[in-house]
Design a protein around this ligand. Sequence first.
Ligand SMILES: [Fe+2]
Length: 194
Amino acid sequence: MNSTTVSSPPITLPALPYDQNALQPVISANLLGFHYGKHHKTYVDTLNKLIVGTEFADMPLEQIIKATAGAWNHTFYWRSLKPKGGGEPPAALKRLMESAFGSVEACKKELSTAAVGQFGSGWAWLIQDGEKLKGVKTGNANTPLAQGVRVLLTIDVWEHAYYLDYQNRRADHVNAVLDKLANWEFAAENLGRK
Ligand SMILES: [Fe+2]
């Protein structure tokens, strides 16, 4: 077996599509060897340890990413809601909302716009990017989690999240969630600490 492809099954460390010295001088063979042989390999090895003996063991990596992102998004979504939610966010979160959007209402409007503007299935997110709060949307099972930003709150806008109660009135559902169910305490707990 070629030493560059050694990894425990089922997920394998793929062979590089070129020699380790082929990207010089931009990326030295030493740097590439370290990046690929140590860092990339560690990700693969860790993943294999996690999935051994599970249903993920036989899945292609792409399918594992989709399945785990969908599971993580939903776990985070349930915690983003609470009975008798909405209302006044905790002070630290409120201050950040005001500095980013102008007001709590404007923050909710931003989230609502992201949720309604997501074409097809997806998610709306309140995220903290550095010091700044933002409202963003992702399609399908995508999550901003892997993009290095801090995720504070999410709203599921797949049709299955609202259709039985609201049919095609996604905006009504999203606004009701923001007004009456948003768990701002949970969002505040997710804020980055300095
Ligand atoms: Fe969902």
